[in-house]
Structure formats: structure tokens, C-alpha cells
Design a protein around this ligand. Structure first.
Ligand SMILES: Nc1ncnc2c1ncn2[C@@H]1O[C@H](COP(=O)(O)OP(=O)(O)OP(=O)(O)O)[C@@H](O)[C@H]1O
Ligand SMILES: [Mg+2]
Length: 383
């Protein structure tokens, strides 16, 4: 059983890459489900066929599903939403502003991943290909179990002790603001469900993430940040897809774009060192339908198996909160030069430049020193 997630900035070709990978996997004999967590019906557009809220047959060995996360949203967030709404109302906040506050962005997509988890556990398919939300925000929300755990571990005992005493002391009005057992149970249920989903998605034996980008400066910068975030959250990024690469040509307009893109492509190779990078040309028309997607997959994967697990050394790790450990296999101490440009760490290893977006927590700190041990560079930051 393999799960392959495609993520990246809006419009770069996530749905297309996911659908193409799924078509290729299915035609190679693996029972494959391609799932979109996107509310727009883009999977149906890419496949050129209607796609339902459950696994919908596409061709031999291939099913597609457009997840409707509403039911799970209600099941897991309904109680919390009502509680938070009540709290905000008590503070005088109602209407649209309150509604926005009680439903954090990315939550829909997060609940859509619950459906992916359910399909994975069902064992019905050999391969699940997931067309994920436009950013890593959703995957970042999977760290929520830790946060919720922190609260529930501290809140529930305090709450148990307090509620007998505090409710009468606070009076009926304020006492009602304390979360009741139903709310605490909902937090705990959500926490465990999220932890299950996260365990599946960061399990290197099962799941890999592929980052999709186009060779443009802004897109690449965001992809680098996403790469850092995913690595730190423990996701295995086992491939980078650079889509819509303009082939070189005679006319000056096209040659200009091709040259600019080649420069970005070189930068992309420096940014995701150690992770296989594949390219897809800018096709003369939109790749729609299984056959066009299969042709795109041929350009993307050549003879390779699109879902094989590639062993990847974790590229980044935070050690405590002031040391960033970067995988640098084969590097020699005298080979490594470290510098910093804005929010990026620039590593030059044997003359090859590598750019790494710094994690949020380290952006405001100064580099204090670095050492190379067992194939990893430990960069220390001032506290
Ligand atoms: N290599 C390519 N050549 C030409 N057209 C492409 C290529 N890849 C994708 N497209 C087209 O670009 C458009 C955007 O692609 P796609 O929908 O896959 O992007 P996305 O990242 O899923 O977007 P969103 O963030 O909106 O979900 C689609 O119309 C698709 O057919
Ligand atoms: Mg899409």
C-alpha cells in the first residue's frame, strides 16, 4: 500500500501531476484511487469525466474521488465550533467575523485527509494518489494533535478539579463559559483522529510527498519554504516536479523565457539536493483525459516506477530549538561554506551552492557556528 501526496502553490499542476501519476500506476497494474481534497471539481476537469464523492470508476484499475469533507467536519468540529461561537458571543462578537474565527483556514482540507486515511485503512486499493490543497498549510495542521494534546493534558485535570468549585463561584453566566465534558471529549476525539492521520502520512514505509512547482522565482521561493516545513514536520519528500518547462526555440520571446526558466531550474536543483527532480514540458494544449495524462506521465517518469518508495535521508531536523541539522552526506569539512542571505541559508558544498529556506523559529536568529558530524551539518543559532 502506497500513498503519494502532491502539493504546491496554486495553479502549478498538482491535479494534473496527481492524475497523471494515478493513470500510470493503474496502467502498470496497481489498483489506484486518485483523491482530490479540492472543492473545485478539478479532478473531473483533468480526467475529462464526472467524478463523485465516493470512488468513481475511470478505467481498468483506476478510480477517482472528489472528497466531500462536510460530514467529517460536522462530526469532529461541530461541538468545538458551537463552543467557540458561544465564547465569542459572550465577548460580543457575532456574525461573519465570529464564523471566520471559529473555522481556521485549511480545516476543510484537513478533514478531507480523514477520508484518505479511511481509504488507506480499508485496504481496497494498492495505491492512493492525493491531490492536496495549494499549500503545506493543511499538512502543517496535522501537527495540531501535539498542540491539542498539550491543552488537553493540562486542561482536563485542572478542569476536573475546578469545575466542582468554579461553576458555583463563577455563577451561572461565567460558569457556562467553562468547557463542559462534551467539549473536552470532542477535543480529545479530534486529537486522536488527527494523530492517526498524521501517523499514516509521515510513515516513510507508506507515504511520500511530491512537491510541484513551475520554474518561476516566486513559485520556487514558496516551494523552498514548503520543503523546509514538510521536512521539519517529518514528511518524506521523495520527488520534485518542475512543470511547464518551456522548450528552447528560435523566436526571441520563447528563447528569452526558456533561458530564464533554465536559470530557475538550476536554482531548483540546488534547492532540493538529494531529492529526485523531474521535469514536464509546457505542452501545446491542456493535458485532459487519461491518454493525455498517461503521455504526460511518460514525460515525467520515463521508465521509472512512479510510486516506488525512494529511500531519502531526512534533509532537515530541528535539534532542540536552536540547532538545525542538515543532511550533507559525503561532504568533507573543508568543502562546506555557510552563509546567510535574508531568510535563506546558503550552503556551498564543494563549490555547489545549496539554498535552504530557514524555518520560522530560526528566521530572526543569528548563526553562531556549525559543525559537521556523521554526514550532517549542525548549524547552531544564538538563543
Ligand atoms: N505541462 C503542462 N502543459 C500545459 N498545460 C498544463 C501542464 N500542466 C498543467 N497544465 C494545465 O494548467 C492548468 C492548471 O493545472 P492544474 O489544475 O493541474 O494545477 P493545480 O496546481 O492543481 O491548480 P489549483 O491550485 O488551482 O488546484 C490546467 O488547465 C492544466 O490542464
Ligand atoms: Mg488542483
Amino acid at each position: 500500500m502506497r500513498v503519494v501526496l502532491f502539493t504546491g502553490k496554486g495553479g502549478v499542476g498538482k491535479t494534473t501531476s496527481a492524475a497523471a501519476t494515478a493513470v500510470r500506476a493503474a496502467r502498470a497494474g496497481s489498483d489506484t484511487l486518485v483523491v482530490s481534497t479540492d472543492r473545485a471539481h478539478s479532478l473531473a476537469d483533468a480526467l475529462g469525466l464526472p467524478v463523485g464523492a465516493g470512488p468513481t470508476p475511470v478505467e481498468t484499475g483506476l478510480w477517482a474521488q472528489q472528497v466531500d469533507s462536510q460530514a467529517r467536519f460536522e462530526e469532529y468540529w461541530g461541538t468545538l465550533r458551537d463552543y467557540l461561537t458561544m465564547l465569542l458571543k459572550h465577548g460580543g462578537l457575532t456574525g461573519v467575523a465570529a464564523e471566520e474565527l471559529v473555522v481556521p483556514p485549511g480545516l476543510d482540507d484537513l478533514f478531507a485527509l480523514f477520508a484518505v486515511h479511511a481509504e488507506a485503512r480499508s485496504g481496497r486499493f494498492d495505491t492512493l494518489v492525493v491531490d492536496c490543497a495549494p499549500t503545506a498549510e493543511t499538512l502543517r495542521l496535522l501537527t495540531l494533535p501535539d498542540v491539542l494534546g498539550w491543552y488537553t493534558d493540562r486542561l482536563i485535570p485542572v478542569h476536573r478539579r475546578l469545575s466542582g468549585v468554579a461553576r458555583p463561584v463563577l455563577g451561572r453566566d461565567l460558569g457556562a463559559l467553562l468547557p463542559d465534558d462534551g467539549v473536552l471529549a470532542a477535543v480529545s476525539r479530534l486529537r486522536h483522529a488527527l494523530a492517526d492521520v498524521r501517523d499514516l502520512l509521515i510513515d516513510p514505509a507508506t507515504t511520500a510527498v511530491r512537491l510541484v512547482l513551475t520554474p518561476e522565482a516566486v513559485v520556487l521561493a514558496e516551494a523552498r519554504r514548503t520543503f523546509t516545513a514538510l521536512a521539519l514536520y517529518g514528511f518524506v519528500v521523495d520527488g520534485v516536479v518542475v512543470n511547464r518547462v518551456i522548450p528552447d526555440g528560435d523566436d526571441p520571446w520563447r528563447a528569452g523565457w526558456a533561458a530564464a526558466q533554465q536559470a530557475r531550474l538550476a536554482e531548483a536543483r540546488d534547492s532540493f539536493a538529494g531529492v529526485p527532480l523531474r521535469t514536464v514540458p509546457y505542452l501545446p494544449s491542456e493535458p485532459v483525459g487519461p491518454d493525455a495524462l498517461a503521455a504526460l506521465a511518460d514525460a515525467l517518469y520515463g521508465d521509472e516506477d512512479p510510486i516506488a518508495a525512494v529511500p531519502v535521508e531526512p534533509p532537515l531536523r530541528l535539534v532542540g530549538d536552536a540547532v538545525l541539522s542538515v543532511a550533507l552526506p559525503l561532504a568533507d569539512r573543508s568543502d562546506v561554506v555557510l552563509s546567510r542571505v535574508a531568510d535563506d541559508l546558503v550552503l556551498t558544498v564543494a563549490g555547489r551552492r545549496r539554498l535552504l529556506a530557514l524555518p520560522e523559529v530560526l528566521k530572526r536568529r543569528t548563526v553562531a557556528g556549525a559543525s559537521l558530524q556523521d554526514g550532517r551539518l549542525e548549524v547552531r543559532f544564538l538563543e
